[in-house]
Design a protein around this ligand. Structure first.
Ligand code: FES
Length: 105
């Protein structure tokens, strides 16, 4: 598969109750969530504490690529936000995750 994306195009898109955000190249899902002002739990950023665990439907998980091995146990309907990123040219819709809110609330 070839890519037609240029360096100035977003690496993907994140949609949450707070809005639609461009993903930066190489950025983990956790980094995207934190940079865009979402209240999400985390500790290690390395896949072993499990604090950044998010439940996702299969269609949501399809938009993700692994970036490091998850050492914490995760259910088949969960991902560790520090261990994945949004695939290039994909959009991850997390509007159905009720606890994702602004860090200012
Ligand atoms: S922050 Fe520890 S597993 Fe993601």
């Amino acid at each position: 598969m070839t890519s037609t994306a240029s360096a100035s195009e977003p690496a993907g898109w994140l949609v949450t109750p707070l809005g639609r955000f461009a993903v930066r190249p190489g950025e983990t899902l956790l980094a995207t969530l934190l940079r865009t002002g979402h209240a999400v739990e985390y500790q290690c950023r390395s896949g072993y504490c499990g604090a950044c665990r998010l439940k996702m439907a299969p269609a949501q998980r399809h938009a993700l690529l692994p970036v490091q091995t998850a050492l914490a146990s995760v259910g088949s309907d969960e991902v560790l936000a520090c261990c994945c990123r949004i695939a290039p040219a994909h959009q991850l819709d997390l509007t159905a995750i009720p606890h994702l809110s602004s860090i200012e609330t």
